[in-house]
Design a protein around this ligand. Structure first.
Ligand code: ATP
Ligand code: MG
Length: 201
């Protein structure tokens, strides 16, 4: 790069730094937030667990409720339970509609899982609570949207909640402070690649 270009680059970076510094200066509030990871692309649950590992690294207390449990435990849950046997973790006691096709059993399991959520959402020792796949419980009316929104809204001031799942209702989008929609551009499964341990579960 010639000197002139280098100088123009340095100048652009100086202006960029001023903008970034001003934005950092402006964001002074400290409180827990609601993060919603939705959309049809891969990466919602793994994103939630990525944040959870980040929190654990800082010695924070975390809780997890998973609403849709497959037949096998996922690698992240196996690892967490090995490393941290006291982890506050609950998984819904049944699979879900397309496996069980039994609304009453699913409803009872959803209510039970929700009771764990409510406890966590009132526990100010928890810095982070992950509600994995809870969007489906609202979408199919297993849980009451207003009740869920209300419990999340009244959680401890410094507690952060991560919600994952496709098809988030507008009430969740409105409630959340940070919303990421993961778009499905391509997925190896659709090209015939089998789901793999350590990658997909
Ligand atoms: P992950 O747990 O990998 O972060 P996710 O939480 O975004 O995925 P879910 O809808 O919960 O997605 O589905 C989990 C499983 O389905 C994973 O095995 C994932 O690879 C697979 N999956 C996710 N998105 C897609 C997609 N668009 N097409 C096919 N399979 C998908
Ligand atoms: Mg998921």
């Amino acid at each position: 790069m010639d000197d002139d270009k280098k100088e123009r680059h340095a100048d652009r970076m100086r202006r960029k730094k001023a903008v970034v510094d001003a934005a950092i200066e402006k964001a002074q509030e400290e409180r827990g937030i609601v993060i919603l990871i939705t959309g049809n692309g891969k990466g919602k649950t793994t994103s939630a667990f990525g944040t959870l590992f980040r929190a654990l690294g800082h010695g924070h207390q975390v809780g997890v409720v998973q609403f849709i449990k497959g037949t096998q435990s996922t690698g992240e849950v196996i690892y967490l339970q090995q490393q941290n046997p006291q982890l506050r973790y609950h998984a819904m006691a049944t699979g879900f509609t397309w496996n069980t096709q039994n609304w009453d059993a699913d409803k009872a399991a959803a209510d039970e899982a929700w009771a764990h959520c409510k406890e966590m959402l009132q526990d100010d020792s928890l810095n982070l609570v992950v509600l994995d796949e809870i969007t489906y419980m609202l979408k199919y009316n297993y849980l009451d949207t207003a009740e869920v929104v209300n419990a999340i809204r009244h959680r401890p001031f410094m507690q952060t909640v991560i919600i994952t799942g496709r098809g988030a209702k507008p009430e969740l989008v409105e409630l959340a402070d940070t919303v990421s929609e993961i778009r499905d551009e391509k997925h190896a499964f659709h090209a015939g690649v089998k789901a793999q341990a350590g990658i997909d579960f």
